[in-house]
Design a protein around this ligand. Structure first.
Ligand code: MG
Length: 454
Protein backbone atom coordinates (compact mmCIF):
# COMPACT_ATOMS: atom_id res chain seq x y z
CA UNK A 1 0.00 0.00 0.00
CA UNK A 2 1.44 3.42 -0.89
CA UNK A 3 2.06 5.83 1.97
CA UNK A 4 0.43 9.23 2.29
CA UNK A 5 2.04 10.42 5.50
CA UNK A 6 5.70 11.43 5.71
CA UNK A 7 7.66 12.31 8.86
CA UNK A 8 5.41 15.31 9.44
CA UNK A 9 1.92 14.64 8.19
CA UNK A 10 0.91 14.70 4.52
CA UNK A 11 2.73 17.25 2.35
CA UNK A 12 2.50 18.03 -1.35
CA UNK A 13 2.15 20.62 -4.07
CA UNK A 14 -1.29 22.20 -4.17
CA UNK A 15 -3.65 20.93 -6.88
CA UNK A 16 -1.04 18.42 -7.96
CA UNK A 17 -0.84 15.97 -5.02
CA UNK A 18 -2.88 18.06 -2.65
CA UNK A 19 -6.25 18.57 -4.32
CA UNK A 20 -9.56 19.34 -2.56
CA UNK A 21 -10.80 15.83 -3.53
CA UNK A 22 -7.76 14.24 -1.89
CA UNK A 23 -8.09 16.27 1.32
CA UNK A 24 -11.82 15.57 1.47
CA UNK A 25 -11.42 11.79 1.36
CA UNK A 26 -8.40 11.86 3.69
CA UNK A 27 -10.31 13.96 6.23
CA UNK A 28 -13.40 11.77 5.98
CA UNK A 29 -11.18 8.72 6.66
CA UNK A 30 -9.53 10.47 9.63
CA UNK A 31 -12.86 11.68 11.02
CA UNK A 32 -14.37 8.19 10.76
CA UNK A 33 -11.54 6.82 12.93
CA UNK A 34 -10.95 9.71 15.37
CA UNK A 35 -14.46 10.36 16.66
CA UNK A 36 -17.22 12.94 16.50
CA UNK A 37 -15.83 16.25 17.82
CA UNK A 38 -13.09 17.46 15.48
CA UNK A 39 -11.27 20.82 15.30
CA UNK A 40 -10.14 22.20 11.94
CA UNK A 41 -7.56 24.96 11.58
CA UNK A 42 -5.39 26.39 8.84
CA UNK A 43 -2.24 28.41 8.25
CA UNK A 44 -2.08 31.50 6.04
CA UNK A 45 -1.17 29.85 2.74
CA UNK A 46 -3.11 30.91 -0.35
CA UNK A 47 -4.54 27.39 -0.69
CA UNK A 48 -5.31 26.77 2.99
CA UNK A 49 -8.85 28.15 2.85
CA UNK A 50 -9.73 25.87 -0.09
CA UNK A 51 -8.24 22.80 1.61
CA UNK A 52 -9.71 23.56 5.06
CA UNK A 53 -13.17 23.75 3.47
CA UNK A 54 -12.54 20.39 1.77
CA UNK A 55 -11.46 18.93 5.13
CA UNK A 56 -14.61 20.28 6.77
CA UNK A 57 -16.80 18.78 4.02
CA UNK A 58 -15.11 15.41 4.42
CA UNK A 59 -15.62 15.45 8.18
CA UNK A 60 -19.27 16.49 7.85
CA UNK A 61 -19.91 13.67 5.38
CA UNK A 62 -19.05 11.11 8.07
CA UNK A 63 -21.15 12.85 10.73
CA UNK A 64 -18.50 14.82 12.66
CA UNK A 65 -19.27 17.97 14.61
CA UNK A 66 -16.61 20.37 13.32
CA UNK A 67 -15.12 23.15 15.45
CA UNK A 68 -13.86 25.53 12.78
CA UNK A 69 -10.97 27.44 14.37
CA UNK A 70 -9.94 29.34 11.24
CA UNK A 71 -6.46 30.84 10.92
CA UNK A 72 -4.11 29.95 13.76
CA UNK A 73 -0.69 28.44 14.58
CA UNK A 74 -0.49 24.61 14.69
CA UNK A 75 0.29 24.50 18.46
CA UNK A 76 -2.77 26.69 19.15
CA UNK A 77 -5.01 24.10 17.48
CA UNK A 78 -3.24 21.27 19.31
CA UNK A 79 -3.72 23.01 22.65
CA UNK A 80 -7.40 23.61 21.92
CA UNK A 81 -8.08 19.97 20.98
CA UNK A 82 -6.78 18.73 24.31
CA UNK A 83 -8.07 21.59 26.44
CA UNK A 84 -11.61 21.34 25.05
CA UNK A 85 -11.60 17.53 25.25
CA UNK A 86 -12.24 17.06 21.52
CA UNK A 87 -11.66 13.76 19.74
CA UNK A 88 -9.06 15.14 17.36
CA UNK A 89 -8.09 17.83 14.91
CA UNK A 90 -7.04 18.50 11.37
CA UNK A 91 -4.54 21.26 10.61
CA UNK A 92 -4.02 22.46 7.07
CA UNK A 93 -0.38 23.57 6.94
CA UNK A 94 2.93 22.91 5.24
CA UNK A 95 4.86 24.56 8.09
CA UNK A 96 8.04 26.09 6.62
CA UNK A 97 7.77 24.62 3.09
CA UNK A 98 7.70 26.92 0.02
CA UNK A 99 4.36 28.63 -0.85
CA UNK A 100 3.28 26.12 -3.54
CA UNK A 101 3.12 23.38 -0.90
CA UNK A 102 0.46 22.57 1.62
CA UNK A 103 -0.23 19.71 3.98
CA UNK A 104 -2.55 17.95 6.38
CA UNK A 105 -1.69 17.17 9.99
CA UNK A 106 -3.90 14.78 11.93
CA UNK A 107 -4.04 15.46 15.67
CA UNK A 108 -5.35 12.96 18.22
CA UNK A 109 -7.47 13.84 21.25
CA UNK A 110 -4.31 14.24 23.35
CA UNK A 111 -3.26 17.17 21.15
CA UNK A 112 -0.32 15.29 19.64
CA UNK A 113 0.10 14.31 15.98
CA UNK A 114 -1.15 10.82 15.17
CA UNK A 115 1.46 8.04 15.51
CA UNK A 116 2.35 5.79 12.59
CA UNK A 117 -0.22 3.09 13.53
CA UNK A 118 -3.09 5.57 13.27
CA UNK A 119 -1.73 6.99 10.01
CA UNK A 120 -1.68 3.46 8.60
CA UNK A 121 -5.32 2.91 9.52
CA UNK A 122 -6.25 6.21 7.85
CA UNK A 123 -4.26 5.26 4.74
CA UNK A 124 -5.90 1.85 4.58
CA UNK A 125 -9.38 3.36 4.77
CA UNK A 126 -8.43 6.02 2.21
CA UNK A 127 -7.19 3.44 -0.33
CA UNK A 128 -10.32 1.33 0.16
CA UNK A 129 -12.23 4.31 -1.26
CA UNK A 130 -12.95 6.11 1.99
CA UNK A 131 -15.41 5.45 4.83
CA UNK A 132 -19.16 4.95 4.34
CA UNK A 133 -20.97 8.31 4.12
CA UNK A 134 -23.80 9.14 6.51
CA UNK A 135 -27.41 9.39 5.33
CA UNK A 136 -28.85 12.90 4.99
CA UNK A 137 -30.23 13.09 8.50
CA UNK A 138 -26.87 12.26 10.15
CA UNK A 139 -24.58 14.64 8.29
CA UNK A 140 -22.48 16.70 10.72
CA UNK A 141 -22.58 20.38 11.69
CA UNK A 142 -20.06 23.21 11.98
CA UNK A 143 -19.51 25.83 14.62
CA UNK A 144 -16.84 28.49 14.84
CA UNK A 145 -14.51 28.79 17.82
CA UNK A 146 -11.45 30.98 18.28
CA UNK A 147 -9.08 29.39 20.83
CA UNK A 148 -6.34 32.06 20.75
CA UNK A 149 -7.41 33.56 24.11
CA UNK A 150 -7.35 30.26 26.05
CA UNK A 151 -4.08 29.31 24.35
CA UNK A 152 -2.33 32.51 25.47
CA UNK A 153 -3.76 32.15 29.00
CA UNK A 154 -2.40 28.59 29.04
CA UNK A 155 1.14 29.77 28.20
CA UNK A 156 1.02 32.58 30.77
CA UNK A 157 0.17 30.07 33.51
CA UNK A 158 3.59 28.40 33.10
CA UNK A 159 5.87 31.40 33.62
CA UNK A 160 6.61 33.98 36.32
CA UNK A 161 4.34 36.66 34.91
CA UNK A 162 5.15 39.34 37.47
CA UNK A 163 8.91 38.91 37.14
CA UNK A 164 8.72 39.13 33.34
CA UNK A 165 6.38 42.14 33.35
CA UNK A 166 8.66 44.02 35.74
CA UNK A 167 11.51 43.85 33.26
CA UNK A 168 9.53 45.63 30.50
CA UNK A 169 11.50 43.78 27.81
CA UNK A 170 11.78 45.35 24.40
CA UNK A 171 11.21 42.60 21.83
CA UNK A 172 11.17 42.40 18.02
CA UNK A 173 8.96 39.67 16.52
CA UNK A 174 9.29 38.25 13.01
CA UNK A 175 6.45 35.83 12.16
CA UNK A 176 7.74 35.65 8.56
CA UNK A 177 4.25 36.46 7.20
CA UNK A 178 2.98 33.32 8.96
CA UNK A 179 0.21 32.73 11.49
CA UNK A 180 2.38 33.39 14.56
CA UNK A 181 1.40 37.00 13.75
CA UNK A 182 -1.97 36.17 15.35
CA UNK A 183 -0.54 35.03 18.69
CA UNK A 184 3.07 36.14 19.33
CA UNK A 185 2.56 39.94 19.48
CA UNK A 186 -0.47 39.55 21.78
CA UNK A 187 1.41 37.08 24.00
CA UNK A 188 4.44 39.40 24.23
CA UNK A 189 2.21 42.37 25.13
CA UNK A 190 0.54 40.37 27.88
CA UNK A 191 4.03 39.60 29.16
CA UNK A 192 4.56 43.35 29.53
CA UNK A 193 6.92 43.68 26.56
CA UNK A 194 7.32 46.68 24.32
CA UNK A 195 6.65 44.99 20.98
CA UNK A 196 8.07 45.75 17.54
CA UNK A 197 7.16 43.57 14.54
CA UNK A 198 8.49 42.84 11.08
CA UNK A 199 6.84 40.63 8.39
CA UNK A 200 3.75 40.53 10.60
CA UNK A 201 1.05 40.66 7.90
CA UNK A 202 -0.15 37.17 7.02
CA UNK A 203 0.65 36.49 3.37
CA UNK A 204 0.69 33.02 1.77
CA UNK A 205 3.38 34.04 -0.72
CA UNK A 206 5.76 34.67 2.24
CA UNK A 207 7.24 37.80 0.61
CA UNK A 208 9.24 38.92 3.67
CA UNK A 209 11.95 36.35 4.31
CA UNK A 210 10.29 33.07 3.36
CA UNK A 211 8.49 30.77 5.78
CA UNK A 212 11.54 29.07 7.24
CA UNK A 213 13.74 31.09 9.59
CA UNK A 214 17.39 30.53 8.69
CA UNK A 215 20.48 32.38 9.90
CA UNK A 216 20.95 33.86 6.41
CA UNK A 217 17.42 35.31 6.06
CA UNK A 218 17.10 36.97 9.47
CA UNK A 219 19.22 40.03 8.61
CA UNK A 220 16.29 42.46 8.79
CA UNK A 221 15.30 41.12 12.20
CA UNK A 222 18.90 41.45 13.46
CA UNK A 223 19.17 45.02 12.22
CA UNK A 224 15.84 46.00 13.76
CA UNK A 225 16.87 44.51 17.12
CA UNK A 226 19.99 46.67 17.03
CA UNK A 227 18.21 49.76 15.70
CA UNK A 228 15.57 49.86 18.45
CA UNK A 229 18.01 48.64 21.09
CA UNK A 230 15.83 45.61 21.87
CA UNK A 231 16.58 42.89 24.45
CA UNK A 232 15.93 40.16 21.90
CA UNK A 233 14.34 39.21 18.61
CA UNK A 234 12.26 36.12 17.82
CA UNK A 235 11.60 34.60 14.38
CA UNK A 236 8.86 32.00 13.86
CA UNK A 237 8.32 29.49 11.08
CA UNK A 238 5.20 29.55 8.87
CA UNK A 239 2.89 27.72 11.28
CA UNK A 240 4.34 29.07 14.51
CA UNK A 241 5.63 25.90 16.13
CA UNK A 242 9.33 26.82 15.93
CA UNK A 243 11.16 29.87 17.25
CA UNK A 244 14.69 31.13 16.53
CA UNK A 245 16.29 33.81 18.73
CA UNK A 246 18.40 36.88 18.07
CA UNK A 247 20.33 38.31 21.02
CA UNK A 248 20.53 42.00 22.01
CA UNK A 249 23.61 42.46 19.84
CA UNK A 250 21.71 41.27 16.77
CA UNK A 251 23.40 37.86 16.62
CA UNK A 252 21.23 34.94 15.42
CA UNK A 253 21.54 31.78 17.54
CA UNK A 254 20.50 28.46 16.03
CA UNK A 255 17.80 26.37 17.74
CA UNK A 256 20.05 23.92 19.55
CA UNK A 257 21.53 26.82 21.54
CA UNK A 258 18.17 28.15 22.70
CA UNK A 259 17.10 24.57 23.47
CA UNK A 260 20.31 24.04 25.48
CA UNK A 261 19.56 27.20 27.47
CA UNK A 262 16.01 26.05 28.23
CA UNK A 263 17.34 22.56 29.13
CA UNK A 264 19.98 24.04 31.43
CA UNK A 265 17.37 26.12 33.26
CA UNK A 266 14.81 23.30 33.42
CA UNK A 267 17.22 20.65 34.75
CA UNK A 268 18.59 23.08 37.32
CA UNK A 269 15.08 23.38 38.69
CA UNK A 270 14.15 19.70 38.15
CA UNK A 271 17.37 17.80 38.85
CA UNK A 272 17.63 14.21 37.71
CA UNK A 273 14.96 14.38 35.00
CA UNK A 274 15.47 13.26 31.41
CA UNK A 275 15.06 15.30 28.25
CA UNK A 276 14.23 13.97 24.78
CA UNK A 277 15.95 15.04 21.57
CA UNK A 278 16.63 13.53 18.12
CA UNK A 279 20.04 12.05 17.31
CA UNK A 280 20.70 15.06 15.03
CA UNK A 281 21.01 17.44 18.01
CA UNK A 282 24.25 18.90 19.35
CA UNK A 283 26.20 16.97 21.98
CA UNK A 284 26.04 20.21 23.94
CA UNK A 285 22.60 19.01 25.11
CA UNK A 286 24.08 15.87 26.63
CA UNK A 287 26.90 17.79 28.30
CA UNK A 288 24.45 20.20 29.89
CA UNK A 289 22.14 17.39 30.99
CA UNK A 290 25.00 15.39 32.53
CA UNK A 291 26.34 18.42 34.39
CA UNK A 292 22.89 18.99 35.88
CA UNK A 293 22.63 15.33 36.92
CA UNK A 294 20.01 14.65 34.26
CA UNK A 295 20.04 12.45 31.18
CA UNK A 296 19.20 12.52 27.47
CA UNK A 297 16.87 10.13 25.66
CA UNK A 298 17.92 10.16 21.99
CA UNK A 299 15.14 9.60 19.47
CA UNK A 300 14.75 9.22 15.72
CA UNK A 301 14.49 12.50 13.80
CA UNK A 302 10.96 13.94 13.58
CA UNK A 303 8.82 15.95 15.95
CA UNK A 304 6.13 13.27 16.29
CA UNK A 305 8.68 10.79 17.63
CA UNK A 306 9.88 13.30 20.22
CA UNK A 307 6.31 14.01 21.36
CA UNK A 308 5.34 10.35 21.56
CA UNK A 309 8.59 9.47 23.41
CA UNK A 310 7.84 12.19 25.96
CA UNK A 311 4.34 10.81 26.54
CA UNK A 312 5.48 7.18 26.76
CA UNK A 313 8.35 7.86 29.14
CA UNK A 314 6.91 10.69 31.20
CA UNK A 315 9.49 13.21 29.95
CA UNK A 316 8.69 16.90 30.42
CA UNK A 317 11.10 18.60 28.05
CA UNK A 318 12.09 17.93 24.47
CA UNK A 319 13.79 19.89 21.71
CA UNK A 320 15.10 19.90 18.18
CA UNK A 321 18.05 21.70 16.64
CA UNK A 322 15.66 23.61 14.30
CA UNK A 323 14.13 25.65 17.13
CA UNK A 324 11.29 23.33 18.09
CA UNK A 325 10.91 23.10 21.87
CA UNK A 326 8.41 20.77 23.54
CA UNK A 327 7.43 21.90 27.03
CA UNK A 328 5.41 19.05 28.55
CA UNK A 329 3.72 20.96 31.40
CA UNK A 330 2.04 23.10 28.68
CA UNK A 331 1.84 20.47 25.92
CA UNK A 332 4.36 17.88 24.64
CA UNK A 333 4.50 19.37 21.14
CA UNK A 334 6.61 22.08 19.51
CA UNK A 335 5.25 25.49 20.39
CA UNK A 336 6.93 28.72 19.30
CA UNK A 337 4.86 30.91 21.64
CA UNK A 338 5.65 28.76 24.69
CA UNK A 339 9.32 28.80 23.68
CA UNK A 340 9.35 32.61 23.57
CA UNK A 341 7.73 32.79 27.01
CA UNK A 342 10.25 30.30 28.47
CA UNK A 343 13.20 32.36 27.21
CA UNK A 344 11.69 35.58 28.64
CA UNK A 345 11.12 33.75 31.92
CA UNK A 346 14.82 32.78 32.07
CA UNK A 347 15.97 36.32 31.19
CA UNK A 348 13.73 37.76 33.92
CA UNK A 349 14.87 35.36 36.63
CA UNK A 350 18.55 35.54 35.69
CA UNK A 351 18.74 39.30 35.24
CA UNK A 352 21.35 38.82 32.51
CA UNK A 353 21.30 39.42 28.77
CA UNK A 354 20.56 36.73 26.21
CA UNK A 355 24.07 36.98 24.75
CA UNK A 356 25.61 36.46 28.20
CA UNK A 357 23.46 33.40 28.91
CA UNK A 358 23.99 31.82 25.49
CA UNK A 359 27.69 32.72 25.61
CA UNK A 360 28.19 30.41 28.59
CA UNK A 361 27.12 27.32 26.64
CA UNK A 362 29.78 25.05 25.14
CA UNK A 363 30.50 25.89 21.50
CA UNK A 364 31.14 23.44 18.64
CA UNK A 365 31.29 23.82 14.90
CA UNK A 366 28.61 22.09 12.85
CA UNK A 367 27.98 21.30 9.23
CA UNK A 368 24.98 19.94 7.34
CA UNK A 369 24.89 18.47 3.84
CA UNK A 370 22.28 17.04 1.47
CA UNK A 371 23.25 14.26 -0.94
CA UNK A 372 20.73 13.25 -3.66
CA UNK A 373 19.67 9.59 -3.50
CA UNK A 374 16.63 8.00 -5.18
CA UNK A 375 14.06 6.86 -2.59
CA UNK A 376 14.13 3.24 -3.80
CA UNK A 377 17.89 2.96 -3.17
CA UNK A 378 17.93 4.48 0.31
CA UNK A 379 17.53 1.24 2.23
CA UNK A 380 20.18 -0.64 0.25
CA UNK A 381 22.63 2.24 0.65
CA UNK A 382 21.97 2.32 4.38
CA UNK A 383 22.75 -1.39 4.74
CA UNK A 384 25.99 -0.99 2.79
CA UNK A 385 26.89 2.07 4.83
CA UNK A 386 26.48 0.20 8.11
CA UNK A 387 28.96 -2.40 6.91
CA UNK A 388 31.55 0.08 5.68
CA UNK A 389 31.82 2.68 8.44
CA UNK A 390 34.20 2.57 11.39
CA UNK A 391 34.09 4.56 14.60
CA UNK A 392 34.56 4.45 18.35
CA UNK A 393 30.81 4.02 18.84
CA UNK A 394 28.09 3.43 16.22
CA UNK A 395 24.41 4.18 16.86
CA UNK A 396 21.64 3.09 14.50
CA UNK A 397 18.59 4.76 16.08
CA UNK A 398 18.07 6.65 12.81
CA UNK A 399 20.45 6.18 9.88
CA UNK A 400 24.01 5.74 11.13
CA UNK A 401 25.59 7.95 13.79
CA UNK A 402 29.32 7.65 14.31
CA UNK A 403 31.04 8.89 17.46
CA UNK A 404 34.82 9.34 17.40
CA UNK A 405 37.37 9.32 20.20
CA UNK A 406 37.85 13.09 20.19
CA UNK A 407 34.11 13.62 20.81
CA UNK A 408 33.25 14.58 17.22
CA UNK A 409 30.31 12.85 15.53
CA UNK A 410 28.62 12.48 12.18
CA UNK A 411 25.05 11.36 11.41
CA UNK A 412 24.16 10.03 7.96
CA UNK A 413 20.45 9.38 7.47
CA UNK A 414 17.96 9.02 4.62
CA UNK A 415 15.42 11.85 4.62
CA UNK A 416 11.84 10.76 5.35
CA UNK A 417 10.36 13.38 3.02
CA UNK A 418 12.81 14.00 0.14
CA UNK A 419 14.96 11.84 -2.20
CA UNK A 420 18.13 12.77 -0.35
CA UNK A 421 20.50 11.64 2.38
CA UNK A 422 21.19 14.18 5.11
CA UNK A 423 24.52 14.54 6.83
CA UNK A 424 24.84 16.29 10.19
CA UNK A 425 28.24 16.65 11.85
CA UNK A 426 29.80 18.36 14.83
CA UNK A 427 33.40 18.76 16.00
CA UNK A 428 35.62 21.06 18.03
CA UNK A 429 37.48 22.57 15.06
CA UNK A 430 36.60 23.46 11.47
CA UNK A 431 39.44 21.38 10.05
CA UNK A 432 38.42 18.24 11.93
CA UNK A 433 34.78 18.83 10.94
CA UNK A 434 35.53 19.27 7.26
CA UNK A 435 37.84 16.27 7.10
CA UNK A 436 35.19 14.06 8.71
CA UNK A 437 32.38 15.34 6.45
CA UNK A 438 34.36 15.10 3.20
CA UNK A 439 35.51 11.56 3.95
CA UNK A 440 31.99 10.30 4.68
CA UNK A 441 30.42 12.26 1.87
CA UNK A 442 32.78 10.51 -0.56
CA UNK A 443 31.91 7.12 0.91
CA UNK A 444 28.17 7.81 0.73
CA UNK A 445 28.35 9.01 -2.89
CA UNK A 446 30.35 5.92 -3.78
CA UNK A 447 27.74 3.63 -2.20
CA UNK A 448 24.91 5.44 -4.00
CA UNK A 449 26.73 4.96 -7.33
CA UNK A 450 27.27 1.25 -6.53
CA UNK A 451 23.58 0.84 -5.69
CA UNK A 452 22.60 2.54 -8.95
CA UNK A 453 24.87 0.24 -10.94
CA UNK A 454 23.72 -3.03 -9.36
MG1 MG B 1 6.38 24.36 11.65
Amino acid sequence: MPRLFGTNGVRGVVNRELTPEFVLRLSASAGHLLGREIAVGRDGRTSSDMLAKAAISGLLSVGCRVHDMGLLPTPTLQYAVKRLGLDGGIMITASHNPPEFNGVKVILGDGVEAPREVEERIEELYFRGGPPLKPWGEVGSVEGFNPIGIYIDGILSHVDLEAIRKRRFRIVLDPGNGVAALTAPELARRLGCEVYTINADIDGAFPGRGSEPRPENLGDLSRLVEAVDADLGVAFDGDGDRAIFVDERGIVHWGDRSFALVAWDYLRRHPGEAIATPVSSSKMIEEIACKAGGSVVWTRVGSIVVSRTMLERGINLGGEENGGIFYGPHQPVRDGGMTMALILDILAREGRTLSELLGELPRYVQRKERIPCPNELKQRVLEALRERVEAERIETIDGVKLWFEDGSWILIRPSGTEPIYRIYAEAETESRLNRMVEEHKRLLEELIEEAKAS
